[in-house]
Design a protein around this ligand. Sequence first.
Ligand code: SAH
Length: 395
Amino acid sequence: MKSLHLKAGRDKSVKRRHPWIFSGAVERVDGEPASGETVLVKSAAGQPVAVAAWSPRSQICARVWSFDCSFVVDRAFFQERISKAVAMRAALPAIRHSNALRLVHGESDGLPGLVVDRYADVLVAQFLSAGAEHWREDILNLLVEISGCESIFERSDAEVRKLEGLEPRVGFARGNKEAKRCPIIEHGLNFRVDVEAGQKTGFFLDQRDNRRRVRSLAEGREVLDAFCYTGGFSIAALAGGAKHVTAVDSSAAAIEIAKENLGANAIDASKIDFQQADVFAYQRLLRDRGESFGLIVLDPPKFAPTAAQVKNAARAYKDINLMAFKLLAPGGLLATFSCSGGVSAELFQSIVAGAASDAGAEAKIIDRFGAAADHPVALGFPEGDYLKGLLVLRS
Ligand code: SAH
């Protein structure tokens, strides 16, 4: 097998089972592997430490398939890994409440660069690394075989593909389905998922449990759902008996689907007011009008995908949370999230604390949120722990 040799002292991370090998840690590569080809990773002392997929264009120049060097990476390897991932989901309580689940969560399922979401009988797959791309045909065939879903829509259009030197690819890779809006059910609520043009794979499955929690808190409250996307939290809040919801998003396409989603549920449409607006500006408008809310959900996009953007991201999180505290009535609840990999849970908490203090609000954390269990975090891969949230009560 072609091999990748680490520099002296640079094998600690892989020995702690971290699946990324950065180009700066590599002494030399023997045998000129092709993009995505499997290489044996060796320490400076020549000891084999992992088998990995070679990605010549990326700073993450190899992603580990297995830390057991006796593993042969072939179709059977993917069959085992995908079967395990699917079986883990089949055993989750969530499967009794939703027909939409993440089946494969990349690195944390031992399949770096592969994301697969199931929306009823359609799978949406993302091949985000040279290694996943290399095995694409086998993986697609196995997904059909193992999941029993005949249709796979490919959404390999994430920015990270560029870093791997891969072109975007979008469209049905298996099956011949016209339905690009997949109807799904989450805790008894109906949503349509735009798998073709929606964000990521079309729906934010990682927030499933948190939407349910918000539903349980909403009764009788005036709600602000900031960054509402296709209405996940808004519809959950209305189903939970919210008095009224103001749902804000800058995307007209998202709001259009949110309205469809509302219509797909037995909910009084007069109880929701959709606003296509920039949340930063709209919160100020609400403040100037003297509005106040009993429950605010802040679920912004990833302000800091990597550590380099943390400073600006921190300012943005501070701003929206500060305004939220100003809009929150005494006794009100704030469910505030960050899905930025670059912002740690500690940093996020300190930003929210700073926002409360600047707003002159007395507040306490009464719960913490993370991603649902179909988005596991491998202990060797802390980067997988991207979603964090706080439930804060204003005194
Ligand atoms: N809460 C949603 C997911 C939110 S995703 C759910 O549970 O489904 C983040 C959303 O923020 C996207 O819909 C995006 O269109 C929107 N967005 C990004 N920047 C924005 C801004 N400055 N103002 C308003 N919406 C914004």
